[in-house]
Design a protein around this ligand. Structure first.
Ligand SMILES: [Zn+2]
Length: 265
């Protein structure tokens, strides 16, 4: 249903998405996400009316007004994706606090996923902040975890955190033994702690197995083409970022989780 409130969620998501773009660029470079204000690569400060989420990119058709440099379509994609996810969260949220918790979780996951695509790295400061948010925010709305009281919500967050990290740790340990090299790093273990704090142990299972399924669906056809069809010109990447697949699993759990679990059991 499109109404004023879900349109508001969309606009809010687009604005937050614009900030997430800043985080994705600046966190790996070790820069502040607050200052200085946005500049073009040529150094010209971007006036606010050319920095309007979604609309400015479309209006400029992906070229900077000051110097004509291309502005990556990624900026548009992140803003649109955040806007759509915030609207979807608005549609399923039971309360305003639940909406805020879901949107915080999505934002953290989007930043982690895009940084993983760029750098194959996960940044501790962000993930540890995310773990704290995942423990503290559900205290304000225990029904987020399906609980009646704050202590029970705290218990669910802590169980989820330990379960998520533990699950990832053992997948990494067995993976290393099987493949004789490190496939999953310490960053993934902490990231799954964040996921568990937000969505509990069931959510972790869902995100990890959903992520594995999706990544094999993406990788196997490539391997097949490379091996069988002798696509030798195509350079096979030695590693693929896993966080984007986990993010799809984790976000799907928040938006559809209970319905999906009902379908399975
Ligand atoms: Zn410029």
């Amino acid at each position: 249903m499109v109404n004023a409130a879900s349109a508001y969620a969309f606009v809010l998501g687009a604005c937050v998405g614009s900030f997430l773009n800043v985080c994705i660029c600046r966190i790996p470079a070790g820069q502040s996400v607050m200052f200085p204000r946005s500049r073009c690569e040529c150094g010209t400060p971007i006036p606010f009316w050319l920095n309007i989420p979604i609309l400015s990119w479309l209006f400029l058709r992906g070229r900077a007004r000051c110097c004509g440099r291309r502005i990556s379509a990624r900026y548009l994609v992140v803003e649109l994706l955040t806007a759509v996810l915030f609207s979807a969260m608005f549609a399923v949220a039971q309360s305003t606090v639940d909406f805020a918790i879901g949107c915080t979780f999505f934002s953290l996951f989007l930043v982690a996923a895009f940084i993983d695509i760029d750098r194959m790295e996960i940044y501790d400061a962000m993930v540890i902040g995310g773990v704290l948010a995942g423990i503290i925010l559900p205290l304000l709305s225990p029904s987020w975890h399906g609980e009646q009281s704050a202590p029970m919500a705290l218990f669910d967050s802590l169980c989820g955190m330990c379960f998520g990290s533990g699950l990832m740790f053992w997948i990494a340990a067995f993976g290393e033994m099987a493949f004789k090299r490190e496939a999953i790093g310490g960053g993934d273990v902490k990231l799954m702690g964040m996921v568990g704090a937000f969505i509990g142990w069931k959510g972790c299972l869902f995100a990890v197995f959903g992520g594995c399924l999706l990544s094999s669906m993406a990788v196997l056809p490539l391997l097949f083409a490379w091996k069988i069809l002798h696509w030798k010109d195509f350079k096979l990447p030695s590693e693929i970022p896993f966080v984007p697949f986990l993010a799809v699993g984790g976000i799907a759990y928040v938006l559809l989780g209970q319905n999906l679990l009902n379908l399975l059991f």
